[in-house]
Design a protein around this ligand. Structure first.
Ligand code: GTP
Ligand code: MG
Length: 203
């Protein structure tokens, strides 16, 4: 799968305000600052498409990017940012919840987790909620460039073991770096394969 065109299509706080033209949606979520917006830019070869920041809590809206005029990449606000005011956090949670509960076009949710650390309670709780809500998801471990190859492999082994404590089988798992472009082809090919399956079942 190649991205030949990526266009900003709109920001929203509720699904009622989503872009009016409906296409399959592939959304990115994870803790604040984990690298969601950077990954969208990396996938689209455009560093200025989604706004990124070293300060957590940058993305506050649901942002739709129309890809190849056929599907959307969706950048969601982050969860679990402790330093934000309680009302600020609740607002973001509401935006996220509204999107996850009511977005009929959501095809799969990519949950991003920092590859450098053990999977924390905030992420495990979020993944468990997705399981309960029946929302299909895959996991992307981010910022892989920040660890050496051996440390990365060891951390991934730990992460897999942790996930298998709670689930009988692993969801699709990807490892990426927005700095080096690692993981790009795998993620885009995965999205491409899901789009192909959709077309087959529609036709
Ligand atoms: P919020 O919108 O605040 O929830 O954050 P986000 O998840 O969209 O993170 P964002 O893409 O804004 O990146 C946060 C910080 O991490 C920025 O300073 C990025 O430059 C940095 N970053 C993101 N991805 C990578 C990566 O793969 N490698 C490295 N080294 N830094 C990264
Ligand atoms: Mg962001």
């Amino acid at each position: 799968m190649k991205i030949s065109e990526a266009l900003f299509a709109g920001s929203s706080t509720r699904v009622a305000e989503k872009p009016s033209r409906k296409f399959p949606e592939f959304a990115f979520i994870g803790r604040s600052n984990v690298g969601k917006s950077s990954l969208i830019n990396m996938l689209c070869n455009n560093r200025r498409l989604a706004q990124t920041s070293s300060t957590p809590g940058k993305t506050k809206l649901v942002n739709h990017y129309l890809i190849n005029r056929q599907w959307y990449l969706v950048d969601l606000p982050g969860y679990g940012y402790a330093k934000m005011s309680k009302t600020g956090r609740q607002k973001l949670e509401q935006v996220i919840r509204n999107y996850l509960n009511f977005s009929a076009e959501l095809h799969i949710l990519f949950v991003l987790i920092d590859s450098r650390h053990d999977i924390g309670k905030i992420d495990m709780d979020f993944l468990t909620e997705l399981g309960t809500g029946g929302i299909p998801f895959a996991i992307i471990f981010t910022k892989a460039d920040k660890l050496g190859p051996n440390a990365l492999a060891a951390q991934m082994e730990k992460n897999r073991a942790k996930l298998l404590e709670f689930w009988e089988e692993l969801p699709p798992v990807f490892v990426c770096s927005s700095e080096t472009g690692a993981g790009k082809e795998e993620i885009l090919d995965y999205i491409g394969s899901l789009l192909d399956k959709m077309q087959e079942s529609a036709g």
